[in-house]
Ligand binder design. Structure first.
Ligand code: UT7
Length: 335
């Protein structure tokens, strides 16, 4: 019997900072509205011709591999979570295998949006627990900015999302009281269209380039979100899936040292914090700086929390996410 343990973490965000005031120059919005409703002050956007979902993932992965103290040739498997792949196919997993020069190991792409990193972690954890693999590279990366409607029409979605990547190396742990204790995954496809992008494929182009050539009124190339409906479901499902994970391990909210929620909206994190009676030092938030980076948000936040010394050996760390699908999940980790 083995457990899996996070042995290395890394993140990468593009240099280009886009403030709320910057957005107010191109659409009818303002800093006060965005901060009040979401907590976001700024986010990062890749400039045209710059990084891609894959290259950001590779940069985060290099840091995670180095911190894990292993060589790229020790990686047995790659799992890549994103909703914004460079190509419609193949997915970015194989591009990471190529760009990092890793030998011909398997590469799996996960398409679970905001819950993508939890799903990816869960898959990697099971491969390690079964004894099949020893070291797995798990990446969450997103390039939202090229695909957003940066006009007033798209403001309720476009102000929220940002670009970035996070990565973790999961390694075999022989002490089964440590590492990933359990993961819990759910879906409810009944609400698939409530947070969705119907038309495919953006690659290196800005989506507006494609639309201008065709029908400028076609909104199916832009993400759609029924914000209030998603918000209401998120607070319920976050709470449920955190409790499910704690109960499965005979734990209670009082046992949590650090909750790292998917950075969907600061109000959602604050709701969960209050509901579980957690202090400010028990919940990590960085949505203020990066916005919502979907599959990248948990590994970026987890890396920052760890770098800032907020996660220590022996801590109980809880990860939780909710998003498009709907899908949601949690991971209970003994650090
Ligand atoms: O990560 C995946 C999961 N995602 C989430 O969990 C997101 C969940 N939802 C939310 O975070 C919130 O619903 C939003 C932040 C997206 C929106 O906040 P809200 O409080 O639900 O606002 P709303 O959509 O009900 O809009 C309120 C008003 C509307 O105007 P009227 O109809 O009251 O005149 C909107 O047109 O705010 C307007 N509005 C804006 N105003 C300025 C919408 N977006 C903007 C904007 N700037 N960017």
């Amino acid at each position: 019997m083995y457990n899996s343990k996070i042995t290395g973490l890394g993140y990468f965000v593009p240099e280009n900072v886009v403030t709320n005031d910057d957005l107010a120059k191109v659409m009818d919005t303002n800093d006060e509205w965005i901060q009040e409703r979401t907590g976001i002050k700024e986010r990062r956007h890749v400039v045209k011709g710059g990084d891609t979902t894959t290259t950001m993932g590779v940069k985060a992965a290099k840091i995670a591999i180095e911190r894990a103290g292993i060589d790229k040739d020790d990686i047995d498997f790659i799992v890549f979570a994103t909703l914004s792949p460079d190509y419609y196919f193949p997915g970015p997993g194989v591009l990471v295998q190529r760009d990092l020069g890793i030998k011909t190991v398997g590469a799996l792409d996960v398409r679970n949006q905001c819950s993508g990193f939890i799903y990816a972690l869960s898959v990697a954890d099971q491969y390690i627990k079964s004894g099949m693999y020893k070291n797995i590279l798990v990446i969450g990366s997103e390039l939202h900015s090229h695909g957003l409607d940066m006009t007033t029409r798209g403001r309720s979605v476009s102000v929220i999302f940002g670009d970035g990547a996070g990565a973790a190396v999961l390694s075999r742990e022989e002490d089964t009281s440590k590492g990933v204790l359990s993961t819990h995954l759910h879906s409810e496809g009944q609400h698939a269209e409530e947070l969705s992008l119907i038309a495919p494929g953006m690659g290196k182009r800005w989506v507006t380039d494609i639309i201008d050539e065709n029908d400028p009124n076609d909104e199916s190339y832009f993400p759609y979100m029924n914000g209030q409906f998603v918000f209401k479901n998120a607070v319920v499902r976050f709470s449920e899936v955190i409790m499910e994970g704690l109960k499965a391990n005979d734990l209670t909210p009082a046992d949590i040292n650090m909750l790292v929620p998917h950075q969907a909206n600061l109000r959602i994190s604050q709701f969960i914090q209050k509901k579980f009676g957690l202090g400010d030092d028990q919940v990590f938030n960085n949505i203020m700086k990066y916005g919502n980076t979907t599959a990248a948000s948990i590994p970026i936040a987890l890396t920052e929390a760890w770098e800032n010394g907020k996660i220590k050996e022996g801590d109980l760390v809880v990860l939780a996410a909710f998003g498009s699908g709907f899908t949601w999940g949690s991971a209970i980790i003994k650090w």
